[in-house]
Design a protein around this ligand. Structure first.
Ligand code: KG4
Ligand code: ZN
Length: 341
């Protein structure tokens, strides 16, 4: 079964072709980062309009790369939520219109399920069951995963998501959007130990997170330095490192707890923040200590992409899942409500 995947939940137009027998045939992405950077964050209306412009050329591009024609496609999977509602509607209406024209089914996919399953596109995919740490711009969740659609939420952030904390902290210290990769880049030049940030909620039991205090801590640190006449690049690097270490250690402590609590040995990390090298290294060390393993996608499939949507959609379509031609998307959508297959 050849599935066309469309991702338009935020500021990236992602398109891919995944075949149930041959695997991933082609993927293409247009990132709107340059469009939103001047505003310091994503402008939803601009995002929607740009998805409209990019979608059909990207579909043509993946068809050409995969050496396929439209009539080879058996079904279309698109992101139906969670995300920016206008942006989601572009992907949903495009998918449903093409599906109607081509006489094939379309299926709405949960964006976070897409992220969660992205490591399945790698050479050594994880086997079920596992614990998943989902860390993106909108979500920080620990989930027990027993199969596709068999999700038990173990813990989540009570306020900012990990990616959101990276983005907001970056903005406060004068770094461009998106802040995650910028902080990671500056942290590599940081002096360890100059600043030490708290590890929120690690001193009490449970698997909840809270990241909003860290950005305030970063802002206060930055202001104190500036008041003392130091607004150097090195100070930005040192704050970036202290912030990143705090997030990484906090996530690592909670992942260890989740593995111990569930008795599972496999940990999957997914979502934009799972591209962070320091996080990967820390979780590698921690899982090795527990004689377990950590799984993640290649960097371009950690952030938003069409391949993860094509893959997740293919699994559900192959299991017989169907939907009507109605165009319906959800800005908020708890993953635990998904149907098991
Ligand atoms: O999964 P994603 O592409 O979009 C959402 O579903 O939200 O995640 C985007 C988030 C942004 O907050 C971005 O700053 C963060 O992932 N991110 C990173 C890195 N690359 C992207 N955070 C830390 N380190 C990175 N290398
Ligand atoms: Zn995402």
């Amino acid at each position: 079964m050849l599935v066309l995947g469309l991702e338009t939940s935020c500021d990236e137009t992602g398109v891919a072709l995944y075949d149930s027998e041959r695997g991933l045939l082609a993927d293409a992405l247009f990132s709107q980062i340059d469009l939103h950077r001047v505003y310091g964050g994503v402008v939803p209306e601009l995002a929607s309009r740009d998805h409209v412009k990019r979608m059909l050329p990207l579909i043509r591009q993946v068809l050409a790369e995969a050496d396929c024609v439209a009539t080879d496609i058996d079904a279309i999977a698109y992101t139906a939520g969670p995300g920016l509602v206008g942006a989601l509607l572009v992907g949903a209406s495009c998918a449903q219109a093409l599906a109607f024209a081509w006489g094939i089914p379309a299926l709405g996919v949960h964006h976070m399920e897409g992220h969660l399953l992205a490591p399945m596109l790698e050479e050594q995919p994880p086997e079920f069951p596992f614990v998943a740490l989902l860390v993106s711009g909108g979500h920080t969740q620990l989930v027990r995963v027993d199969g596709i659609g068999r999700y038990e939420l173990l813990g989540e952030s009570l306020d900012d998501a990990a990616g959101e904390a990276f983005d907001k902290t970056a903005k406060l210290i004068g770094l461009p959007y998106p802040g995650g990769p910028e902080i990671a880049r500056l942290a590599a030049q940081g002096v360890p130990g100059r600043f030490v940030f708290p590890r929120p909620m690690t001193d009490r039991p449970g698997l909840q997170f809270s990241f909003s205090g860290l950005k305030t801590f970063a802002l206060n640190t930055w202001q104190q330095c500036r008041d003392a006449g130091d607004d150097s690049e090195q100070t930005r690097c040192d704050i970036s490192l202290a912030f990143q270490q705090a997030v990484v250690e906090t996530l690592t402590i909670k992942c260890r707890r989740a593995l111990q609590q569930t008795g599972l040995k496999r940990l999957v990390i997914a979502g934009g923040v799972s591209a962070n090298k320091a996080l990967r290294a820390s979780l590698e060390d921690m899982t090795a200590g527990l004689k377990g393993n950590v799984f993640y996608a290649r960097p371009k499939f950690c952030t938003d992409n069409g391949a993860m949507i094509a893959y997740a959609g293919c699994q559900r379509l192959a299991a017989g899942q169907q939907e009507s031609l109605a165009i319906s998307v959800q800005a908020r959508w708890p993953m635990e409500t998904l149907q098991a297959i």
